[in-house]
Ligand binder design. Structure first.
Ligand code: FCB
Length: 467
């Protein structure tokens, strides 16, 4: 049986220490839940294409129907209201709003988000919009995708189409979700759309993603008629060397450099980290910076979104004792802490969450933080009514919310927390088998059944608010 992290003593007290002003929410993304890929003029995205590559997705799954949220949105929003959340973080599908990634708006596609914003506000839920959660219009990928500079400008144009339509009612805007995944998993590792394997292209993608973010922030700020909160979401992890050996310490430095600092240093300090630039040079890669880019990228923003699932130990030596692989790339191996794992085989490391938040607060001070994703997949076993008694998920959430409270006590300015995910959904290359939801989705009937963790989350929010 899967062992899970039991709530250590003090978890309830820590959670109860969060202030009534702390914001509680749930998160999803467009391609993972909407379905309706051929409706109302939606164009094709790189995920529609990638899902059709044989072997790319476990079980051959595909997002064509997903949770059918496009047709069930009002009922889903009603379920959110039952959870008692303050805010819902969702993403807008670029190919619905601007099907080929350039040119005018597709009014029918945009109308879906317009209706959703009204539905949310009508139920007292604050809409938090993410503009890009990985579903690039295929036509832009055909023109070179994120490794090409023009994509940054296309993104800023698209951002303004959405901003102009919704910013009279939406104040919280996130430009990009996890640029690391877009760049490294999509263009280097080839395990997410568009499935390319080219390290140099991935580093170019990093720069153009950051540039697109900066351009969009500048234009949204200039156009805002109401107060807005602009930000970006990064996926993060606390990286430590497996041992004190110089090779492991170096590997951890490199992993932290390409995992976190290559994003946060230019965003906050206006410069790429010197050691990362040197590492890239050794690999024959240059970041394609043009005059003025770093000033655009470091345009001030209001809140940093943190997605956290696990922390890692890294070794710089492989099993044969080598520190460089056959292609001349320095070795960077993930090593186990020996902790219990989730169904993703991710180790459960809430203590790393506290360390990470405290460190970001120290190294990048003055930026309010929001946890825009945290959660866990477990092997859910529904009873005959479809109910899932997911004590493991509730324990994971409790331990991580307590870790946030501990980080706040250590000085990290964390203002809110969103569970990934509101409901079970299409978990990218893992397909539908990996369930992260507070709400179970029976994919045959599209029935939604709140799990034990949904009740736990609702009660926790109530308790903290003192309601
Ligand atoms: C994050 C993604 C999100 C979901 C979770 C499990 O990296 O942003 O869409 O897949 O992982």
């Amino acid at each position: 049986m899967l062992e899970t992290t039991a709530a250590p003593a003090g978890v309830d007290e820590l959670i109860a220490s969060l202030p009534p002003s702390f914001r509680w929410g749930v998160a999803t993304s467009a391609y993972q839940i909407e379905g309706a890929v051929h409706e109302d003029g939606r164009g094709r995205s790189i995920w529609d294409t990638y899902c059709r590559v044989p072997g790319a997705i476990d079980g051959g799954d595909i997002g064509d129907v997903a949770c059918d949220h496009y047709h069930r949105m009002p009922d889903d929003v009603a379920l959110m209201q039952d959870l008692g959340i303050d805010a819902y973080r969702f993403s807008v599908a670029w190919p619905r709003v601007q099907p080929g990634g350039r040119g005018g708006v597709n009014p029918a596609g945009l109308a879906f988000y317009d209706r959703m914003v009204d539905e949310l506000l009508g139920r007292g839920i604050d809409p938090w919009v993410t503009l890009y959660h990985w579903d690039l219009p295929q036509e832009l990928e055909d023109a070179g995708g994120w490794p090409v500079r023009d994509t940054a400008y296309r993104f800023a144009d698209y951002a303004m189409l959405v901003f102009d339509a919704l910013s009279d009612r939406v104040h919280a805007w996130t430009t990009l979700n996890e640029p690391l995944c877009t760049a490294m998993l999509g263009y280097y590792r080839g395990v997410q759309a568009p499935g390319r394997r080219d390290f140099g292209a991935a580093i170019h993608a990093v720069h153009h993603l950051l540039l697109g973010h900066g351009l969009a922030v500048q234009r949204m700020r200039a156009a805002a008629a109401n107060p807005v909160q602009l930000g970006i979401t990064l996926n993060t992890s606390s990286v430590s060397p497996a041992t004190g050996s110089p090779a492991d310490v170096e590997a951890a430095r490199r992993a932290d450099g390409l995992g976190l600092r290559i994003y946060l240093d230019p965003l906050v300090h206006g410069a790429y980290p010197a050691d990362v630039i040197e590492d890239l040079e050794v690999r024959g890669v240059r970041v394609p910076v043009q005059d003025g880019d770093l000033a655009v990228i470091s345009t001030p923003f209001d809140s940093l979104g943190i997605n956290y699932y696990f922390s890692t130990l890294v070794s710089g030596v492989d099993s044969t004792g080598r520190t460089v692989d056959a292609d001349g790339v320095p070795v960077e191996l993930d090593v186990r802490y020996g902790r219990p794992v989730t169904a993703m085989d991710w180790e459960i490391t809430p203590d790393g969450f506290t360390e990470l938040l405290a460190r970001i607060g120290r190294d990048y001070p003055g930026i309010p933080l929001v946890i825009t994703e945290n959660g866990a997949a477990f092997k859910d076993e529904p009873d005959e009514t479809g109910f899932v008694r997911d004590d493991d998920r509730a324990a994971y959430l409790a331990a991580h919310i307590a870790a946030v409270a501990r980080a706040r006590q250590a000085g990290a300015d964390v203002r809110g927390y969103f569970v990934w995910s509101f409901m079970d959904n299409f978990e990218w290359s893992y397909g539908y088998d990996k369930r992260f939801g507070l709400i179970r989705v029976d994919y045959e009937t599209q029935r939604r059944i709140p799990k034990h963790s949904a009740h736990w989350y609702r009660d926790t929010i109530r308790r903290v608010r003192g309601a």
